[in-house]
Design a protein around this ligand. Sequence first.
Ligand code: PEP
Ligand code: MG
Length: 602
Amino acid sequence: MSNDPVIGHGAKSDMRMFTGLAASRGFVAGPVFLFHSTANDQIPEYRVEPEQLAHELARLTDAFALTRTQIRSLAIELSKRISGDEATIFDGHLMILDDPSFIGSCKEKVSREQFNAETAVNSVSEKYSSIFAAMDDAYLKERAKDVGDISKRIIRNLLGGADAQAFRVEQPCIVVADELTPSETISMPKNLILGFATDRGSNTSHASLLARALGIPAVVGLGSLSEIVKTGDLLLLDGTRGKVILNPGREERQAFEKMVARSKSIEEKLEQGKLAPGATSDGHAVPMLANVDHNTPMTGLYAVGAEGVGLYRSEYLWLTMDREPTEEEQSHAYTAAARSLPDGQPVTIRALDIGGDKMTKGASASSHKEANPFLGNRSIRYLLRNPEVFKRQLRAILRASVRGNVQLMYPMVSTIEELRAANLELRACMTEMKAEGIPFNEHIKRGVMVEVPAAALIADALARESDFFSIGTNDLIQYTLAVDRLNETVARLYQPTHPAVLQLIALTVKAAHDHALKVSVCGETAADPVMAVLMIGMGVDELSMSPNLIPLVKKIISQVSFVDAQALAETVRRMNNAPADKVYAFCRNQVMKLAPDLLYLQ
Ligand code: PEP
Ligand code: MG
């Protein structure tokens, strides 16, 4: 994307326009809140003059106190969101904060060695972490991570940055950051966040997915915005087309207001018919399901016309808690989701998809840093190597399976052996639970996510031993085209209409239908109306997406006949390896003819 800010004509001299990637639809205007995430190499190190020592010690004490308050409120927040026991994950953090020798060592570093408070905390925490990490006892080993977390937070408070600042936000604002991790996004006070604008990240990074799930407009991949803005600057954010205007002039503000009004009238149109089941204009049913996690307000799914949950991202439980949730906690979360849906609507719980970009300090798939985490010990690979973790999750899913139409889905499968091994674990759990007298649905449906090219190529074999497929285009595109889904510098090459991607989708659909299985798409392409029409034409049976995008896609689908969608897919097939952008432009034109004003929202 264009990273060079454009200076506006005839407007305020400090006006800048940026173009990035449209990550979450909508228009917002508001003051900037600049959010800094602190990396270790950004911690300032300096010596304090003797007359400043008292002030430095007071900064240290204040930062500890603020951190304690934050941790307590996080514990309360978590206990409200998941289950009453959640607050215990922060007990370890509070113990460290209250440990007199921890703060004592930090103070000593300041008063004796005259280091600044940030350096003192960093060096004491490194010492503590390495002592804990070297211990044999697993519980004490874990404390090393707590020390790391806590010190990062104290340092952020000392610097007046990061999520510490988020808690000090008092008025609605647009968060500008270099990049946002999923856990940072989750911990922001949603009622005060108007939008997100980040320098890095891509349309399918998890912060973007969260922004869409929360209905917060967002633009990512903006290059250098965070280096230019200051907290309090005025920003216009167009999450529909991926544009941001900093310190706009009067003309730009008026044009923006017009755009907001136009988008409102289109949004109103979407209200009509959104509760009807998803179908093409000639009555071909295409159920529209929702992508959710444990934080999604499930009661809101009815209002957007969702027909079930096509993807429940279970790893967000891990990421929010920064540790593995217990079987009980998982069962509680999955059961709550299953119970909240109308009878018969599916809840498709995806087994833990940890690794790649989905990691935190306390919840990572690997004990050591992997050079290529996206190709490493992640998802199903991690689960099969950690059968106890897998078993706890399978048992929790099985326990929830008597509370609704719960389906199980395996992520990142690339071999038939993985599918077999996963099914064996499932069977072992069933045998165990039967002996324990715990009820479960013996006929729970087991699906495979097709998100690695290998899975699409062996889809016929996978179909023989599973009950449904769900195509994860976010990863399928990334792995097929060797394009990092999070890297904005190669975002141009991330092309859903690349012939290789379309051929893999076609293979998957054929294999599924040959074995009478349904195939859905739960990657972001499902929420792109142009792609949705094309994929329905290719035979995809269901679509699953961020809940707030369901009304738009449903509306467009309802205006296109199945026959037209099939004709479009056939023409694309005959375009015979045409460049991806040409194929997309062709499809867009065709769909635009059928629903012109709705495509304006694209
Ligand atoms: C996908 O890869 O398309 C998908 C839905 O999974 P995630 O985005 O969670 O990796
Ligand atoms: Mg994926």
